[in-house]
Design a protein around this ligand. Structure first.
Ligand code: SAH
Length: 372
């Protein structure tokens, strides 16, 4: 490499977006492609990748592991649910856990993951840990996909100020041939295929250096059989769980019930409001009522279409307004939340005031009339 040319580049190389963001984006793209439900990030450090992944709607279980509990604890509170998560529980379930321990040890809590990410981890491992790493990750955890990123030492001469390694805690940095031979041997041993790529493009004219960060994406060749899972049932727990957050989800009956009750009352209130304004406008005169032209808004149109069946029609009797449950159930959001009409009835039983036969939501409008 021409020294002057090289020096010129070392002054100007600046990745946009920053390299760590490109690595995390790479993982996010992988998640969007393969849609894993359970993802573990090994060497999760300050949990920044986990924080990004919690927004991927396919993920239901997220776990982080690091040998340094302090670095994990620094920002782990940012993995907790926010007030808005309770106000509007998501349809998916999500559990986030953080474990303190080493990738050199097996723990049953790391079983059953679809994707395991090791971003800039292996170069931090001491030789004995690196030796154990393939057996723990590929042999024991055996997820469908493993992604490993590590510095490409061939890029180092282009980085300003890098003498030996990019970080004082790095135990080694591999060139592409070293990483690829280790990865291919690991993949062969544990029956995975591996493809190589990277992030952080070299500058024009320096393409030979390759990506700044090299990445191996390993895909397990065969699905795990029940037998192999069984035979590998581990010993005892060795990691310490330092954080666990269970996000509110509509899969939890308690949150589903709250959401259904709110939606039923909200829908019934709107129908009641429309019915009462119609009632005030046309009174009880059936002649004038039949001449009623629905207003142009979508809701009235929708309601108009719904009440073709007599038993779906809301009505006023004395001081009471009745909104049939079948009408409420026919609203898409209510239907989506409950699934079946029976489930709707079960979820609101005893929580919403119903007519004596239980077929309609009932409102007493005595006081509303007084106010008017
Ligand atoms: N993955 C992070 C940062 C990686 S830095 C990111 O993408 O930004 C490497 C991390 O690996 C450090 O937090 C370090 O504490 C952790 N680490 C080092 N040895 C480890 C081991 N044996 N087991 C688990 N984590 C380890």
């Amino acid at each position: 490499m021409d020294k002057n040319f090289q020096e010129e580049f070392t002054q100007i190389i600046k990745f946009k977006p920053p390299l760590y963001k490109q690595r995390h984006q790479f993982v996010k793209d992988l998640v969007e492609k393969y849609k894993p439900k359970k993802v573990a990030d090994l060497g999760c450090a300050d949990c920044s990748l986990l924080r990004m992944l919690k927004f991927c709607s396919c993920i239901e279980v997220l776990a982080g592991l690091d040998i340094c509990a302090n670095v994990m604890k620094e920002k782990m509170h940012t993995l907790s649910p926010l007030p808005v998560d309770y106000l509007q529980p998501s349809e998916r379930s999500l559990t986030v856990t953080l474990h303190h321990g080493s990738v050199a040890h097996k723990d049953p809590c790391m079983l059953g993951f679809d994707l395991v990410t090791c971003i800039e981890l292996i170069e931090h491992l001491e030789e004995p840990e690196l030796k154990k790493f393939p057996e723990v990750v590929f042999g024991f955890m055996a997820p469908s996909i493993v992604v490993i990123s590590t510095p490409n030492s061939e890029f180092n001469p282009l980085l300003p100020g890098v003498m030996l390694y990019r970080h004082p805690d790095h135990k080694f940095e591999w060139n592409r041939a070293q990483f690829q031979s280790w990865a291919l041997e690991t993949a062969r041993c544990y029956d995975y295929s591996v493809e190589f790529t990277g992030v952080g493009h070299p500058p024009t004219g320096m393409e030979k250096a390759g990506f700044c960060t090299q990445i191996g994406v390993f895909i397990r060749k065969h699905p795990q059989t029940g037998e192999s899972v069984q035979s590998e049932k581990p010993t005892e727990a060795v990691y310490k769980t330092v954080f666990k957050a269970v996000y509110p989800s509509l899969k939890d009956e308690k949150y589903l019930q709250n959401a259904v009750i709110s939606e039923v009352i909200f829908t019934a209130q709107i129908i009641k409001h429309r019915l009462m304004s119609k009632h005030e406008e046309y009174g009880d005169d059936p002649e004038r009522k039949s001449k009623f032209q629905p207003s142009m808004d979508c809701f009235s149109d929708y309601l108009g279409k719904l009440v073709v069946e007599k038993n779906m029609e809301p009505f006023i009797s004395g001081n009471e307004v009745y909104i049939p449950l079948v009408t409420i159930f026919s609203f898409p959001k209510v239907k989506r939340l409950c699934g079946t009409f029976e489930k709707l009835c079960k979820l609101i039983a005893g929580k919403v005031t119903l007519s004596s036969d239980g077929s309609a939501v009932m409102f007493n409008i005595e006081h509303e009339n007084e106010e008017n």
